[in-house]
Design a protein around this ligand. Structure first.
Ligand code: XMP
Length: 519
């Protein structure tokens, strides 16, 4: 989307670099994150950003071979804002000094104004209460300023915590303005982009129009296949592409028999009936459930489902004559190359189910119209496209479906019980008006039978666990604090309404150390 004014974020590997992009998008500024080692001076000039932000990072500028910004950043004549490591690297490259270790600050800190400071430029409007509450995370600190800079603010362990060169519009801070704990972080970022001349031209309506134009340009009169999961991302991608190229799009919905109650028919109804999108409903429950018989290892379940999914998708897709493109709902967080300092591959906790490798295998080119968006922006685009609010706000549902909510061996009997219990739980959450407060909620059926008493008889049925979490991105999560009344009422309803369950527990594990799903 090149005609937008754009800001470049050079990433030095901070855990929170993506938050800088989030905050800027909230200000309607289009930005891209590029790793420090992937931006050459020439690429930078070609990109012609209207401003540059240097992110934080885990390295020390005092270590030999540590990351540097392309020198051209400082020669473009545009405003530059260095954050944490970004401030230190800017000082180091422009003639200042940084000292390693000894004076670390982590967490909350307070910045007081430096004597004779001027709070204008990006620091305009600060220090109203005499000091600024900020979030720090640094070991090194700047000890000597580069020529042209002055100190605006200091903290107990970082005498040079806020700096400015108003002539060149270069700024730096030792703390993280992008995190919520920095009270006026947003003000600083907003001041910075206004000062750099951004008008806030990044809106979802303009994104939609441009995305449609781009899809038409790329696809021409050729055909596109889209794998629909019923989740928000693939649904928004499908509706957007359909708006661009109409019936040149065919969607394939693989029903693996591991969906929630009525989910298959709802998805088909929505796309076929409401949107008139050509849709193949691949009902392959028998194949998937048959192959999962006797399988209880979580990784084997996931791999089996992933492999079959690709086979099935390929089979149905090959029936569509002349398809040349595969559409995917890839999001920006999946695209950003994160900078790895450890060098080694990270540990696989769970092999997530995706269709990686499919395009090459089938000789298809990719269309990924959501590649530049964050999850909440996808929801906004969905609203722009007129998708029903109830659909857009749906909780995430994992690719392997109920298979990973059924620890141990999967049987049709257990799946049926699980579907009913899950539907009651979600109904309870909706009735109590809690659905939108919860990030994800579901029931897991446990591989144990327990003894109970109902009426005058003994029961020997399955136990289940309710799971409901709050989260921002699924990476970390906490259990939802239901009231005891709610939990009691829900357990009573599940046990009364679902035959096959006679005991109900609530999972109060956070992530980490737990994960959201049980497998
Ligand atoms: P965990 O269990 O890893 O889940 O804490 C984090 C989020 O990811 C979802 N999840 C998956 N989504 N394919 C998906 O598309 C998968 O294989 C998969 N496994 C977990 C999970 O539902 C939660 O939202």
């Amino acid at each position: 989307m090149t005609q937008h004014q754009r800001l470049l974020i050079i990433d030095f590997g901070s855990q929170v670099t993506q938050l800088i992009a989030r905050r800027l998008r909230e200000l309607n500024v289009y930005c891209e994150i590029h790793p420090f080692n992937a931006v050459t001076d020439q690429a930078l000039r070609d990109m012609a950003p209207q401003a540059v932000i240097l992110s934080g990072g885990p390295a020390s500028v005092t270590t030999q071979g540590s990351p540097r910004a392309p020198q051209a950043v400082f020669e473009l004549g545009v405003p530059v804002f260095g954050i944490c490591y970004g401030q230190q690297v800017m000082m180091e490259q422009l003639g200042g000094q940084v000292e390693a270790g000894h004076h670390a600050e982590y967490g909350r800190a307070y910045i007081t104004p430096a004597p004779g400071h001027k709070t204008d430029g990006i620091f305009a409007g600060l220090f109203g209460t005499g000091r600024e509450e900020v979030w720090m995370s640094h070991g090194d600190r700047v000890t000597s300023l580069a020529p042209g800079f002055e100190v605006i603010g200091t903290s107990p362990n970082a005498p040079i915590a806020m700096i400015a060169d108003e002539t060149r519009h270069f700024y730096g801070v030792q703390f993280h303005p992008e995190v919520h704990h920095t009270a006026n972080g947003r003000t600083m970022l907003e001041n910075f982009v206004r000062l750099a001349g951004f008008t806030g031209d990044w809106t979802m309506a303009s994104y939609k129009d441009e995305a449609i134009r781009k899809i038409r340009e790329t696809v021409g009169d050729r055909k596109v296949i889209c794998g629909l999961s019923g989740g928000v991302d693939s649904s928004v991608a499908a509706v957007l592409i359909h708006e661009a190229i109409g019936d040149q799009l065919t969607c394939v919905f693989v029903d693996h028999g591991l969906l929630r109650l009525n989910e298959g028919t709802e998805v088909v109804k929505m796309f076929r009936d409401n949107y008139n999108i050509p849709l193949i409903h691949a009902d392959e429950a028998e194949l998937f459930l048959g192959s999962l018989e006797g399988v209880s290892d979580p990784e084997v379940k996931r791999k089996t489902i992933g492999r079959l999914f690709i086979d099935v998708f390929q089979k149905y897709a090959s029936e569509i004559d002349g398809a040349e493109f595969l559409a995917q709902g890839t999001l920006y967080p999946d695209v950003i190359e994160s900078v790895s300092f450890s060098g080694g591959p990270s540990v696989t906790i769970k092999s997530h189910h995706n269709v990686g490798g499919l395009p090459e295998k089938m000789g298809l080119k990719l269309v990924e119209p959501l590649r530049e968006l964050f999850k909440d922006e996808v929801r906004e685009l969905g609203r722009e496209l007129g998708l029903p609010a109830s659909f857009i706000g749906r909780h995430p549902f994992p690719g392997p479906g109920l298979a990973i909510r059924c620890p141990g061996e999967i049987t049709r009997e257990k799946l049926e019980i699980l579907r009913k219990a899950d539907a009651v739980f979600i109904d309870q959450i909706r009735r109590h008006g809690l659905y939108d407060e919860i990030w994800q909620a579901f029931v897991a059926i446990l591989p144990v039978r327990t003894v109970g008493v109902m009426g005058d008889g003994r029961t020997y049925d399955f136990a289940c666990a309710l799971r409901a979490v709050t989260s921002v991105d699924g990476m970390t999560a906490d259990y939802y604090p239901f009231t005891h009344e709610f939990l009691g009422e829900t357990a009573t309803r599940i046990i009364n309404e679902v035959r096959g369950i006679n005991r109900c527990t609530y999972d109060i594990t956070s992530k980490p150390p737990g994960t959201i799903e049980w497998e």
